[in-house]
Design a protein around this ligand. Structure first.
Ligand SMILES: *[C@@H]1O[C@H](CO)[C@@H](O)[C@H](O)[C@H]1NC(C)=O
Ligand SMILES: [Cu+2]
Length: 246
């Protein structure tokens, strides 16, 4: 008990230092509390979330690790992508909204969102290294030089994307991330902050993508936009990963 409180205090202290995670997510008009890494582990019973557990508010920088899929620091003993108990429900063409904790101004970079269709019960499924992910949205640097992460800050931590219209029904993982580029002038340097949530897509859509990427796999040191000096590059930013599926 004493130990747990001390750990909680320490964690709260470190959460003040920066970084971030998704603290709330709205799917199908329903507001879900995110997985709260500084509270949920200390609660009994554990609160049921749609977001898969993360070890804290820090990034993944070794892009070869499974940790880059849904967060998790190997050194913390947590491997990301363990299923969560809850599944949200939403129709194709509807909006999903992410509410991030206070994002640091210094952490400029893109915001990218993928989905992956679960072949079986999503509350028991982890993709591992399979190529299952397709990109559904991304934002990098605007023509006037404004980073997506800055737009997020301007919007009080809120970012939204639309579930592709006509998407075939089924259970999907959403992999949503910010890549902070303030140290990305070398590799490792880019900081990936992934968040995975579980949804049931309704309707009678018939559309499905045909090309997929894996995490880890999609990003390496030679992927455009992973090594990038934000302090000297004034031109267009190549957003990492494939084109957005449409
Ligand atoms: C984001 O989540 C925080 C924490 O739950 C909440 O206080 C805040 O009002 C939310 N922001 C919006 C725009 O809903
Ligand atoms: Cu940070």
């Amino acid at each position: 008990m004493l130990l747990a409180s001390a750990a909680l205090l320490l964690s709260l202290a470190s959460s003040v230092l920066g970084h971030g995670y998704v603290q709330q997510q709205t799917v199908g008009g329903v507001v879900y509390t995110g997985y709260l890494p500084y509270q949920d582990p200390y609660m009994n019973p554990a609160p049921a979330r749609i977001i898969r557990k993360i070890p804290g508010n820090g990034p993944v920088t070794d892009l070869s690790l499974i940790d880059v899929q849904c967060n998790g620091w190997s050194e913390g003993g947590v491997v990301g992508s363990s299923p969560a108990p809850l599944v949200a429900t939403a129709a194709p063409g509807s909006t999903v909204t992410f509410n991030w904790t206070t994002w640091p101004d210094s952490h400029v970079g893109p915001i990218i969102t993928y989905m992956a269709k679960a072949p079986s019960d999503i509350t028991k499924w982890s993709p591992g290294t399979s190529s299952v992910w397709f990109k559904v949205a991304h934002a990098g640097k605007s023509s006037s030089g404004v980073w997506a992460a800055q737009t997020l800050i301007n919007n009080k931590g809120i970012y939204s994307f639309t579930i592709p219209s006509g998407l075939a029904p089924g259970q999907y993982l959403i992999r949503h991330e910010i890549i902070a580029l303030h140290s990305a002038y070398t590799y490792p340097g880019a900081q990936v902050y992934p968040s995975c949530s579980q949804i049931q897509v309704t309707g009678s859509g018939t559309r499905s993508p045909t090309s997929f990427v894996s995490f880890p796999g999609a990003y390496t040191a030679s992927t455009p936009g992973i090594v990038y000096d934000v302090y000297t590059n004034t031109g267009t930013y190549p957003i990492p990963g494939p084109a957005v599926w449409s």
